[in-house]
Design a protein around this ligand. Structure first.
Ligand code: PGA
Length: 254
């Protein structure tokens, strides 16, 4: 099964207007000077920058995604942003269930699932994040934890066209540590089979499963060529246009 790789940059809570626009512009210039990529690029800036970044990258083979969404369509939810609002701004994607949101905002699998369903309903595609803690990894529970998160976080209406999964071991995020190739392969294979249970083999075979956690230009070649690894969700290294671009190049996107 040929799946188009995705390289997504999660800027997290970084970037004021001027530097965010500059970062997107620098990255768009790199993409432009290297011709049409084989992979799909997605930039996920903070909500405050979505509209401006969309204007910068329009028509340049770069999609824009948000980092979170509320599950309600509208109403009394001060400070929150709905899926139709993100769609209206020009977003194609939204990340849901990132471990930082699960930890900082108490987001459960059930909430993540509702958010993803709301996003799909509004015509957005989701990047649904899962991943084990260090304690779970050390207890040998990583595969089972991820299997359960897929079962509970991925909504019933998910299909390959609207859903991307990101496996991000929590202990690998921002730490410079990465799992062994065997460990990555084992979780990605388990995620694929959990998706098969949910949506059938043919559909699950088309879903992209990204790896995330300390992806850098130096390790992208190895990580992105593993079986069932269909791209990367990149945090820190996506804040540098050249590094983010090099991850795609080393990962086989050109
Ligand atoms: P990192 O973050 O690349 O900085 O480890 C990845 C993520 O949290 O999506």
């Amino acid at each position: 099964m040929q799946r188009r790789k995705m390289i997504a940059g999660n800027w997290k809570m970084n970037g004021l207007l001027e530097d965010g626009v500059m970062l997107a512009q620098n990255f768009a210039n790199l993409v432009k000077s290297n011709g049409k990529p084989q992979c799909e690029f997605v930039l996920c800036p903070p909500a405050t920058l979505l509209f401006s970044i969309k204007k910068v990258v329009r028509g340049k083979h770069i999609a824009v995604g948000a980092q979170d969404v509320h599950f309600a369509e509208k109403g009394a939810h001060t400070g929150d942003i709905s899926a139709p609002m993100l769609k209206n701004l020009g977003c194609t994607y939204v990340i849901v269930g990132h471990s930082e949101r699960r930890a900082d905002h108490g987001e459960t699998d059930e909430i993540v699932c509702k958010k993803a369903a709301a996003a799909h309903n509004a015509g957005l595609k989701t990047i649904i994040c899962i991943g084990e803690t260090l304690a779970e990894r050390e207890a040998g529970q990583a595969v089972e934890v991820c299997r359960q998160q897929i079962a509970a976080s991925v909504p019933a209406d998910s299909i390959a066209l609207n859903t991307v999964i990101a496996y991000e071991p929590i202990w690998a995020i921002g730490t410079g540590k990465i799992p062994t190739p065997e460990d990555v392969k084992a979780v990605h294979a388990a995620v694929r089979s959990a998706l098969e249970k949910k949506m059938g083999c043919a559909e699950a075979g088309k879903v992209r499963i990204l790896y995330g956690g300390s992806v850098k230009p130096s390790n992208a070649g190895e990580l992105l060529n593993l079986e069932n690894v269909d791209g990367a969700l990149v945090g820190g290294a996506s804040l540098n246009a050249q590094d983010f671009f090099d991850i795609a190049c080393n990962g086989g996107c050109y």
